[in-house]
Design a protein. Sequence first.
Length: 116
Amino acid sequence: QLQLVESGGGLVQAGGSLRLSCAASGRTFRRYAWFRQAPGMERNLVAHIDLNAGTTRYADSVKGRCTIARDNAKDTVSLQMTALKPEDTAVYYCAARNDVTLPYTWGQGTQVTVAS
């Protein structure tokens, strides 16, 4: 069964940094994304990477503060977050798919809490 496993969440002070990692068991996808969902809110896209095209895109709210990248040595996709704000507090989900017409495969989520 295909699985995505996130790691790296936790509690951090405002202004701090966190690095989230996503590992896909059994295969490598072409497209990976990080979404986040705060309590009572919709799940929203944070960052996306197309490994074949070599392109990335980010939500306006995180541009300049987050970087999504492939770590070939670890066979993971990471989300490096800096200058964290309390409003970044959410459950962060890794998602992956090969084609945009296919549904995402989702991870279980990892909690990120930014204390003010």
